[in-house]
Design a protein around this ligand. Sequence first.
Ligand code: C2O
Ligand code: CU
Length: 460
Amino acid sequence: MPASTRRGLVLGAGAIAAMRLAPVRAGSGAAHRLVLAPAEANLVAPDGPATPVWTYGGTVPGPVIRARQGERLTVEVENHLPVDTTVHWHGLRLPHAMDGVPHVTQEPIPAGGGRFVYSFDLPDAGTFWYHPHLRTSEALGRGLAGALVVEERSPLPVDRDLPWMLQDWRVTREAALAPFGGFHDAAHAGRLGQVVTLNGSAAEALAVRAGERLRLRLVNASSARVYALEFRDLAPLVIATDGHPVEPHPPEGGRVRLGPGQRADLLVDCLGEPGSVASVIDHGDPRFAYGLVNLVYEAEAMRHEMAPMPPRLPPNPLPEPDLPLAERLVLRLEGGARGGLTREMAGRGVAWTLNGLSGHEGHHGHAVLATLVSGRSYRVEIVNDTAWRHPMHLHGHAFRVLSRDGAPLLRPEWRDTVLLEPRERAEIAFVAGEPGDWVVHCHVLEHQGAGMAGLFRIVA
Ligand code: C2O
Ligand code: CU
C-alpha cells in the first residue's frame, strides 16, 4: 500500500497507537536476553494484513534496551531464524571482539538456535541502536533493529523519554515483503520502500498533553531512506547527534535531517492548546511530503507554564583529536549508476569502491583501506565522487565532523555516521581507538552489500 493512502487513515486509532509508542523495558541492570525469531507484524495499518517479519524478541522493532552510562551491558543472543546472524551495537565504543562483524570480530551465530553472549562497558551516554551485520540489507529489511538507550548518570528531567525507530518497508500488494537483492537498488539509491513505520506501527497519532516536555530519540533504522522532519507548530531543539550532546539548537533549515544509521535527540515542548494537533511531516523525498505522525493534545493540560530549561547534557568522555598533529587520509567514494560503475564490476555484483577497492561481506572479505596507530589523531577527507547520497559510518568510534566542501562547520558535532550529498566532501577527525580491524561503510545497506565497505586497521 503506498504511503499516501496509508497516511489517509483517520485519527481514531490514536489512543491505542499512542500506547504502542511507549518504550518497552527489556529488563534493567545486568543481563538481557534477545531471542531472534520469525513473527508477524501489522505494518501497513494497525488492523491491516499481517506481514511476515524477523524479530528480536517477537516485536518490530526489537525491545528498547536501556542501561546506564558506566554500567556493563550483557546481552545473551539466541538465534532461531533460518539464517545466521550477528549483532552490531551501532555507535558504541566497545571492545573489538564485541562489535558483531561476521568473520572480522566473530563467527556468525548459527541459525536454528545458535548463541552468543555480548558483554561490554558503556563509556558514553546517548541514543544508539542494534542490528545484524550479516546480509544486512535483507536482515534489516525484514525488521531486525532495536534502540539502545544509555541514560546519563542523571537523566534530563522530562515528562517522557520516547525512542522513535523509523523503518521503511517495501511490500507487495499482499503486504508481504518484496524480494531482496536487486542489483538496480544497489547501484542507485538503495532499497526504498512505500511504507514508513514509527516504532513498528503505521499509527498516525501520539497523545500528548499541553505543557508536556518530551525527549524524542530518533533513530533512522531504514536501509536507504533519508528523513527531513518538520515539526509543525512545535519548536524542537536538537540536543544530541548520533548519541553525543551538542549545544541545543533548532534543526537547521527547520528540518531534522537523518540519513540511514543516524540519530537525533530532540527536546520537544508541547505548547499547543488542549484538543489541538501538531503534525510531523517528512520532506526527505522532495517529490513527496507526507505526515509521519500527529501529536494530538488531550483535553486536560499537564501544566500551564513551561518548566524551566533543563541543564545541558554533559559531554561524553571522548578523546579530542589533535588537529595540528593529525595525519591526513582520504577516503574516496566511487562507482554507482551514472558514475564509475563498469560492466566488469556489475558482473561481480559490485557497484561501488572505496579508494578503488570493494569489500563484500562473506565472499571476498573486506579490504584494508588504511592502517592507523592506536592513540594517534587522524583527519579523514571523505570525497563523494558519485551521483548518490552516502551515509558513511565508522565502527567503534565517534568522530568530529569538521567541514563540508571545505567550509568549517558552525558546530563541529560528534557523529558516527556522516551523510554526504552527491559530489560533496566532508572532513572528519578522531583519535584511533582500540587495535583491530574496524569496518567503515556506507549505511545504505544495499551499497554496503555491493562493495561500499572496507576496514581501518588500527595497530598498537
Ligand atoms: Cu549500523 Cu556497520 O553498522
Ligand atoms: Cu552509499
